[in-house]
Design a protein around this ligand. Structure first.
Ligand code: HEM
Length: 417
């Protein structure tokens, strides 16, 4: 543990981002700590917590002082059983979100080629068709929209984008289950072993898949990377491509599930704003930005100080791990007027930090926005009368970063209008 060095840094022993209270609604705590101090040390997670927009923004813009390398490391020590399971068959190494320059620069450049406008445009009609099929399958009555749409659709989108075949989707989804708890939660040793086993299965699947695409490239993102490798093997290795496929299937899945669920939840619980969206679907884009500001699916991200530095006037030792409270930055009164109000008409929503900033800016932002737009468009067109079930109890995955309701019950109207 790197203990706080100066008396100036407050220690919040009570800050526990895995407590039931915080998980069910972190926003009162996020606002309270942000209003109180810019930075504090949280022994529970052994991290220096950064609460304000300007400081988080500055950290994102300074990758030399703030390394991304801790981004995916388990918050708590891994069990020895999980370690030995991974040692036998999991050969991932940092390539993107937890990688620093110069490797990050090279790999990100190649990824950008794969995330071309052409590839995203080709994907959109497929996502629309799949979403339409999912909405077609909904029957009047009580419906869990996570189960019916917001969980399966992002999985379909990202797996299709990578090039994984349709018939493997259910297995892949099973292997992904609980993955976020591994690095961002505090799972029991038994659950760690189960997740580690699935990670090994998944890793091997990605290795085989990349080898297969190398033999026979197709029209998909992975094949775009294979072509880069074949033109110059030194510029991107097959092992790196395997890492990219592995990482993307996680980065692009539950982030978007949770985000789309949050957007539907916020709109349906602010009925007048939902009615406004139904009346004018041109409001959907801003509703998406407002949800990213107000209730994004990633409420905290991590960095590590590469040297002693100062954040928000507080001295931070080299090697300190930092927890950046994106959920607090989105409601920072220094940047947003009436920040605690969800308002799809606001003009400043798009200035949120929900996708990060700088060299690690979310590479899937366009995909996430596209998918949320498709879901909200279809929902507003097909079921404008849809109602949230008022007295439901929401549950959220027990981790420090990723947030969205695990079920979202709605009353689906008797007939689509
Ligand atoms: C609403 C959904 C999403 C949210 C809120 C989100 C948020 C973020 C955040 C906060 C970062 C870290 C930025 C930083 O470290 O500075 C990030 C990075 C990243 N995201 Fe997303 N993301 C979402 C969807 C997606 C999707 C759909 C994909 C893939 C298709 C994706 C792929 C990535 C990757 C690969 C990185 C690392 C980029 C790099 O390090 O250069 N994300 N995202």
């Amino acid at each position: 543990m790197v203990a706080p060095k100066t008396a100036a840094c407050p220690v919040h022993s009570s800050f526990n981002p895995l407590s039931d209270n915080y998980l069910s609604d972190p926003y009162p705590t996020l606002s309270a700590v942000r209003d109180e101090v810019p930075v504090f040390f949280a022994p529970e997670v052994d991290m220096w917590v950064v609460t304000r927009y300007d400081d988080i923004d500055a950290i994102f813009r300074d990758p030399a002082t703030f390394s991304a390398s801790v981004g995916q490391r388990p918050v708590f020590p891994m069990s020895s059983e999980a370690q030995s399971i991974l040692a036998k068959g999991f050969h991932a190494f940092p390539v993107m979100s937890d990688c620093d320059p110069p490797r990050h620069t090279r790999i990100r450049k190649h990824n950008m080629t794969g995330f071309s406008g052409r590839r995203i445009a080709k994907l959109e009609p497929k996502v629309l068709a799949k979403a339409t099929q999912m909405f077609d399958g909904i029957r009047p009555g009580l419906v869990d929209l996570v189960d019916a749409v917001t969980y399966p659709l992002p999985a379909y989108m990202i797996f299709t984008f990578i090039g994984f075949p349709d018939e493997d989707m259910d297995t892949l989804k099973r292997w992904c289950g609980n993955r976020m708890l591994f690095s961002w939660g505090h799972p029991s040793p038994a659950l760690q072993a189960e997740i580690a086993t699935n990670m090994v299965h998944y890793w091997r699947y990605c290795e085989n898949f990349v080898a297969e695409r190398a033999r026979s490239p197709q029209d998909d993102f992975t094949s775009d990377l294979i072509r880069i490798h074949q033109a110059d093997p030194d510029s991107l290795s097959l092992h790196e491509i395997t890492n990219i496929a592995y990482g993307l299937s996680f980065a692009g899945h539950e982030t978007t599930t949770n985000f789309t669920s949050n957007a539907v939840h916020r709109l349906l619980t602010h009925r007048e704003q939902w009615d406004a969206v139904v009346a004018d679907q041109g409001l959907i884009n801003n509703a998406i930005e407002e949800t990213l500001r107000y209730d994004s699916s990633i409420i905290a991200w991590r960095r590590m100080a590469t040297r002693p530095t100062t954040v928000g006037g507080v001295d931070i030792p080299g090697g300190a791990k930092l927890m950046l409270l994106l959920g607090a930055a989105g409601r920072d009164p220094g940047h947003f007027s009436a920040p605690e109000e969800f308002d799809i008409h606001r003009g400043d929503a798009r200035r949120h930090l929900a996708f990060g900033k700088g060299i690690h800016y979310c590479i899937g932002a366009a995909l996430a926005r596209m998918e949320a737009r498709i879901v909200l468009d279809l929902l507003a067109t097909r079921a404008p009368e849809v109602r949230i079930v008022d007295d439901q109890e929401y549950t959220f995955p027990a981790n420090i970063s990723f947030r969205g309701p695990q079920q979202l019950w709605v009353q689906w109207p008797a007939s689509d209008s």
